[in-house]
Design a protein around this ligand. Structure first.
Ligand code: ZN
Length: 426
């Protein structure tokens, strides 16, 4: 069986390369959400030819959704001979902007040196193409399967997934009994299984002061100096505490195998918008800081927040005239699929067969659409697995290796076979 998958995929290598290049040529840049509809229609047309029933679902009213930039998702489904498990491959079709520094056309789909180049090549049109080829090869070899296979191309992953997977999950498309197992072909490398991701808390902290003439700052109260006190308390207390936190989550890269916090921005005092280089003498009465805190399975969101609030409250008691407010901007709960979950063992079998060794089990430092499948869909048999090197994502001259895609497609076909077969006989 496995040799037959390999043969069917080998016969499709040219097709796999052409499909990847074709997908790259749709400049599905997000924001604003360019070319979503033609890209979704292209995927739909191909799968319809293979016997899939295709639905378009627009993330109506979600962030960025307009008639000019509709959030067009495509979901394709093919039924087997009878009832059985449902395996879903979910890829996002949006890409981040090309940016500077390219030596090739980011939307040209250039093929050179056994690689396909372009924005989204690895993140994640190569993964989408590999999953389509894997499923098509599987259907050739095992047309008599039981259950169903779904392939979706969804939007807006790069901006939070609200018009894409979150929207579909709200409609029950990522819940049982509609779907049992989900594979997201994000570029986590062909021999690794990504079980989930860390949590996220974004918040804005504001310190307050009192405006006065800059020549007599003692008559006012500088919100920027108060923020400086926050920064130094973070340096002294918070960052060392975060560094000390241990986790059982196998996050890669290893530097992210603990709690982290980024200070995204600080804005205080007068704006430079109107008179750059022409400051006026004013004591700033407000200063705002945005923090991006990534947390672990071992931490509760409440505790994560109270660590910060405790520091601020302490400053309020110890520092003269210190006033602050804090506001949540975004929260994502960490998620990690168990290693003995069906989708994990199925894909692990594929990796063992193709690479002759055990897979690496990893956790992504940042989040991706699995969060919506877990939290909204309540479906926990979900992983990210796909070709491509994560470090290349969002970079100039992004590429995906053809051999990596071929091997990944083999792993996906074996995993798919295991999921459909195991559950059918149980
Ligand atoms: Zn991605």
């Amino acid at each position: 069986m496995i040799d037959r998958f390999a043969k069917a995929i080998d016969a499709r290598v040219q097709d796999l390369v052409a499909l990847t290049a074709d997908l790259i040529r749709f400049p599905t840049v997000n924001p604003p959400g360019e070319a979503y509809t033609p890209c979704a229609e292209f995927v739909a047309a191909r799968l319809r030819r293979r016997g899939f029933a295709v639905t378009f679902i627009r993330g109506e009213g979600t962030p960025g959704d307009t008639d000019r930039y509709p959030r067009t998702n495509v979901v394709a489904r093919i039924e087997g001979r009878g009832p059985g498990p449902v395996v879903h491959f979910n890829s996002h079709i949006d890409v981040v902007e090309a940016g500077e520094g390219w030596t090739v056309d980011p939307f040209g789909g250039l093929v050179r040196d056994d690689k396909v180049f372009g924005r989204g090549a690895c993140d994640m049109k190569g993964g989408l193409a590999a999953s389509i080829i894997a499923v098509e090869a599987f259907l050739d070899v095992s047309p008599e399967f039981y259950g169903a296979i779904e392939i979706s191309g969804t939007v807006d992953e790069e901006s939070g997934g609200f018009g894409g997977v979150a929207y579909l999950a709200r409609q029950g498309l990522f819940s049982k009994p509609r779907v049992d197992h989900v594979i997201i072909p994000e570029p986590l490398n062909k021999d690794r299984i990504c079980l989930g991701h860390r949590g996220v808390w974004w918040a804005e902290i504001e310190t307050k002061g009192r405006i006065a003439h800059g020549s007599m700052p003692f008559l006012g109260d500088s919100a920027v100096r108060h923020m400086g006190a926050v920064l130094s308390a973070f340096e002294k207390e918070l960052f060392p505490a975060l560094d000390r936190k241990q986790t059982k989550m196998p996050v890669v890269p290893e530097g992210a195998r603990r709690s982290t916090m980024n200070i995204n921005s600080i804005h205080g005092g007068q704006t430079e918008d109107f008179r750059p280089g022409l400051p006026s003498p004013i004591v700033p009465d407000t200063c705002r800081m945005v923090i991006d805190r990534r947390f672990l399975l071992e931490e509760k969101l409440d505790e994560v927040k109270s660590e910060v609030v405790t520091i601020l409250d302490h400053l309020k008691r110890s520092r003269d005239r210190f006033e602050y407010s804090i506001r949540d901007l975004m929260e994502v709960i960490p998620t990690m699929t168990e290693r003995d979950a069906p989708v994990v063992t199925a894909v692990a079998e594929g990796i063992r067969r193709i690479f002759g060794r055990e897979p690496d089990y990893v956790i992504s430092p940042g989040t991706y659409d699995q969060k919506h499948i877990a939290r909204i869909g309540h479906l926990h048999d979900c992983i990210a697995y796909g070709p491509g090197i994560l470090d290349l994502a969002h970079q100039p001259d992004e590429w995906v290796g053809i051999e990596d895609m071929v091997q990944s497609a083999n792993v996906m076909a074996i995993g798919l076979n295991a999921l459909l077969k195991n559950s059918a006989s149980s």
